[in-house]
Design a protein around this ligand. Structure first.
Ligand SMILES: *[C@@H]1O[C@H](CO)[C@@H](O)[C@H](O)[C@H]1NC(C)=O
Ligand SMILES: *[C@@H]1O[C@H](CO)[C@@H](O)[C@H](O)[C@H]1NC(C)=O
Ligand SMILES: *[C@@H]1O[C@H](CO)[C@@H](O)[C@H](O)[C@H]1NC(C)=O
Ligand SMILES: *[C@@H]1O[C@H](CO)[C@@H](O)[C@H](O)[C@H]1NC(C)=O
Ligand SMILES: *[C@@H]1O[C@H](CO)[C@@H](O)[C@H](O)[C@H]1NC(C)=O
Length: 214
């Protein structure tokens, strides 16, 4: 009896995977990964931003926008590799979402201690947004007068992590906040005066909602 089960399964993890469903297996992999290998979160920085159009037309509530971003992702781990399965950039102004783009550069794998540069992520188009007269519109007008807009960019990710041969199931989606102050620039080629900005709330490999699934 004992001999037979050893013969059919090489190890406990393997048995587990065969006899239980993938959810249990995922949970096990996640637990091993998080509690034993203690991965560090990747670091996201918006190194450059250029806003060449940000016009709101009151008559038809339409925002025309043209934003380009350079984003750097650093994997600080010495032993953990990261698969970026999907990366979406969501742009909000005054908590109103006006754009979402899915980056064509994903999926890709990021090795240990490696830095990935996502250059010229384009967020452009037009969107119907409903601005409140009092707060939103007056802030928009203030920002327009100052020539700098507070644009909150969220980076939404689906990732997998790899330690040696172990590959975790999908994490996420997790949302990373990059609160940008982007000057309106007349030309894409002139330096815009944007200050490189680190993104906050990075819970990619230690996403609380992954524990919630357990
Ligand atoms: C955008 O707005 C600025 C000033 O508000 C105006 O000069 C410019 O012509 C507008 N551009 C477009 C494309 O609507
Ligand atoms: C909204 O109005 C502006 C200015 O009149 C125009 O350029 C734009 O095409 C309009 N957008 C839509 C969706 O009608
Ligand atoms: C980072 O990844 C790229 C692409 O996979 C690879 O060419 C490069 O050698 C890596 N750099 C380091 C420091 O591992
Ligand atoms: C991003 O990087 C590219 C290449 O280094 C550069 O040409 C561009 O001006 C940078 N900034 C933006 C906002 O695209
Ligand atoms: C960039 O940083 C400098 C110095 O802290 C500051 O004076 C400037 O207003 C900042 N620019 C933007 C666009 O936030």
């Amino acid at each position: 009896m004992f001999g037979r089960s050893v013969g059919c399964c090489c190890n406990i993890v393997c048995c587990f995977c065969i006899f239980y469903n993938t959810i249990l297996c995922s949970v096990l992999a996640l637990l091993i990964f998080v509690f034993i290998f203690n991965p560090q979160e990747p670091k996201f920085t918006v190194t450059d931003a250029s806003l060449t159009r940000f016009n709101f037309t009151n008559d038809n509530n339409t925002l025309h926008y043209n934003l380009a971003l350079n984003i750097t992702i650093r994997n600080p781990n010495r032993r953990v590799g990261i698969y970026y399965r999907r990366i979406q950039v969501i742009a909000n102004y005054r908590k109103k979402r006006f754009a979402m783009v899915t980056l064509p550069s994903a999926p890709f794998y990021q090795g240990h201690k490696n830095t990935t540069i996502l250059n010229h992520v384009l967020v452009e188009g037009q969107q119907l947004v409903v601005f409140g007269e009092q707060c939103d519109l007056s802030q928009f007008n203030l920002d327009t007068a100052a020539g700098v807009y507070s644009i909150d960019v969220k980076i939404s990710l689906r990732v997998r992590a790899r330690f040696g041969k172990i590959k975790t199931p999908d994490y996420g989606p997790s949302n990373i906040n990059c609160n940008l102050k982007v000057p309106l620039s007349l030309s894409e080629t002139l330096p815009s005066g944007f200050n490189a900005t680190k993104c906050r709330n990075v819970h990619v490999l230690t996403n609380p909602s992954d524990y919630a699934r357990i």
